[in-house]
Design a protein around this ligand. Structure first.
Ligand code: SAH
Length: 283
């Protein structure tokens, strides 16, 4: 896949020498890259990319030097400050710089910090949002992140803080009470503590949960479980990060909306998983 898709005619912005564009690459499936990111890829001299960027996407920019700045995959980890300063250097050297980040650069992606450092150093930036794993990844699993009969709010939570520990700054009691649906990023390592905190805060052990690993890629796996059994079920499944964990009744909708299973020929498991007893769109 070296031929990059053509861009439709439009007044596409120019990535100028000395600029850095922070672009989202989406959760994995190359089809979820935005046209603005593709436009950037066609113009970049250098692409500084993260571990969670699907490598096939980089094939669309054969002219660009690709620099890995990720923190996974057994490769040495780059320090955040060093990455940001490297971007400053590349921009000052007159390169057209594309900083490519998994999902959306401003969702648990340190895009805000990188952009701030660039601007503090006088480097002009453009931000190109992407499809975040916590929304698009769940959609690929057939889970709508909001659903009128389930939730009027959704809370995105990180399972790690800067120290790599469960975020101590999070008030799990308030989070549990405040939102019917939680979408947890980076939750695998501390799943026992997170599930324990939610149970302590009064969420029922029977609450539906889903774990979606490598969402939107060929390696996508989905586990349907409950808050009480999630830790054991994950361990038994052998599933590995990256994972999005969804806590809440919207997970039940997968019984009807698992479109990948339908595409593979399966019948819907349950046409009315929320037991409405009414056609889906009646009030
Ligand atoms: N900026 C990214 C999130 C970066 S934090 C975004 O908007 O999606 C990294 C975490 O994102 C991972 O630990 C995992 O929780 C989640 N993640 C990213 N890509 C994923 C994928 N394809 N499948 C499942 N989880 C993913």
């Amino acid at each position: 896949m070296t031929d990059s898709p053509p861009l439709p005619s439009f007044d596409w912005p120019e990535l100028k020498p000395g600029w850095v564009w922070l672009c989202g690459a989406g959760p994995g499936d190359p089809g979820l890259v935005t046209l603005h990111t593709l436009n950037a890829m066609k113009q970049a001299d250098v692409i500084v990319y993260d571990a969670l960027v699907e490598p096939a996407i980089l094939d669309w920019a054969p002219q660009a030097e690709a620099i890995y700045a990720g923190k996974r995959g057994g490769k040495p980890s780059a320090k955040q400050r060093d990455i940001s300063l490297h971007l400053v250097e590349l921009a000052r050297a007159g390169k057209r710089v594309l900083r490519l980040k998994g999902g959306d650069p401003f969702v648990f992606g340190r895009g805000g910090e990188e952009a701030q450092t660039l601007i503090q150093h006088g480097v002009p930036v453009r931000i190109i949002p992407g499809i975040s794993a916590g929304i698009g990844g769940l959609a690929y699993a057939g889970i709508p992140v909001t659903h009128r009969d389930v939730n009027q709010s959704v809370t995105f939570v990180t399972g790690h803080d800067q120290s790599g520990e469960t975020p101590t700054s999070l008030d799990w009691q308030a989070i549990s009470k405040g939102s019917q649906v939680l979408v947890i990023y980076m939750g695998m390592k501390h799943i026992a503590r997170i599930a324990g905190a939610l149970l302590d805060a009064g969420r029922p052990a029977s609450e539906p949960c889903a774990v979606v690993t490598s969402a939107t890629t060929d390696a996508q796996q989905v586990l349907e479980t409950t808050l009480g059994t999630m830790e054991a079920d994950i361990a038994a499944s052998g599933m590995e990060p990256p994972a999005i964990i969804c806590v809440g009744r919207s997970v039940l909708m997968r019984q009807v909306l698992d479109w990948q299973a339908l595409e593979a020929g399966a019948a819907p498991r349950n046409l009315d998983p929320l037991d409405r007893g009414l056609p889906a769109e009646t009030v």
